[in-house]
Write a protein that binds this ligand. Sequence first.
Ligand code: FES
Length: 107
Amino acid sequence: MAKITYIEHNGTEHVVDVKPGLTVMEGARDNGIPGIDADCGGACACSTCHAYVTLEWMGRLPKIEAMEEDMLDFAWQPQPGRSRLTCQIKVTEALDGLVVQLPEKQI
Ligand code: FES
């Protein structure tokens, strides 16, 4: 299991255990965490699973693919280098301790 912290825009923190193999988006969805809509169900086609990776985790996640990068253009206030689509991040034991911050809203 990987412990992942999701921080809502209002500062509310949710710390949950997510099974490796799921995505960071699925970890939020399965635990009822508000702030990640995931309208397309994880197909990298909606950008409503957008989150900001905290500074200490930048560069420690799997590389961003071109399709994700393109879709991030449609996200709410993306920040280069920090923004990711959580449906494109597969959870592994290496992500234990990951912290993501959720945007003010999803488009
Ligand atoms: Fe639609 Fe991630 S759930 S892009």
